[in-house]
Design a protein around this ligand. Sequence first.
Ligand code: AHM
Ligand code: MG
Length: 342
Amino acid sequence: MERQFKSSVITLEQFIIQKEQNFPYATGQLSKIIRDIVLASRIINREVNKAGLVDILGLTGETNIQGEEQQKLDLYANDQMIDALFKGRMVCAVGSEEEDDFIIKNGSTGKYIVLMDPLDGSSNIDVNVSIGTIFSIYRRKHLEGELTREDLLQKGSEQVAAGYILYGSSTMLVYTTGHGVNGFTLDPSIGEFLLSHPNMEFPEYCNTYSVNEGNYRDFFEGTKQYLRHIKRDSPKPYKLRYIGSMVADFHRNLLKGGIFMYPGTIQRPKGKLRLTFEANPMAFIAEQAGGMASSGRDRILDIDPQELHERVPIFVGNKEEVLKLESYIKAYGKYGREAITV
Ligand code: AHM
Ligand code: MG
């Protein structure tokens, strides 16, 4: 009699192989990139975990092109990711929040372009709060010749995969290739990511909102009215939960139901977060998990990026809640009832 071997544990590697079998013509290149990102993330994870102990922590004294201070761990994460991606040979260009411009691998036969925020929420490193790596993968449009703007700056709707690694109480990888969202938790004892959250979807009930309300007075009227509604007029009580680390805030809302917002302000009409590195990948994951992502007016994934470091206001999470927010922005606009132009 044939012996039965039963284990409910599925490793990331087994999961990738299973999925590839569903697509017999898949070349395995995309899976290779996911593996390369995961490899880099395990190395970043090791450093993040000892951030409080070693001398790697601290400001380098350099600033990135947005004039923000960079910490050593950001640079470390950036280098690890770029190194892993180019060594893997499937990628012809990388755009990073920590780099002024695209890094292009001349002569590469790689068909893919990766955009990433290697360590998002890095101001939280010093205070031992969760941070994350965000990635977004595109296929180049023209396989021959030099890379063009059309290859490099595509709409979020063209993403072939996106995900994040959350360095929290556990380390998790959550990603999508456009067929749902799956979450894996790193088992540090064996060094493997194990499938812990299959087919992730926003729960129907949503009563959490995540926003830096310290900026309230500078928000536009539509955002203010929506916040007034959920705090004062809504029959259902809402909870405010804001970590200040987008990956962690988004992840909690994905599991518990909620809306994450980084609205524009009078001083910064496009908000703080980047379309390419932060908004697009989170929007892709959100939509794949039954949620929605909007700039307040437009679907995030439909926005045509004009530059690599472009910023965009973002409202992402449960669909019903994002639609409600949009209706307030439509009704009240930026200033009073003026139409908004993002
Ligand atoms: P970073 O990419 O420089 O780390 O900034 C992005 C982070 C997000 O993770 C987070 O949602 C936001 O900045 C918090 O900003 P604020 O402190 O203004 O609320
Ligand atoms: Mg960031």
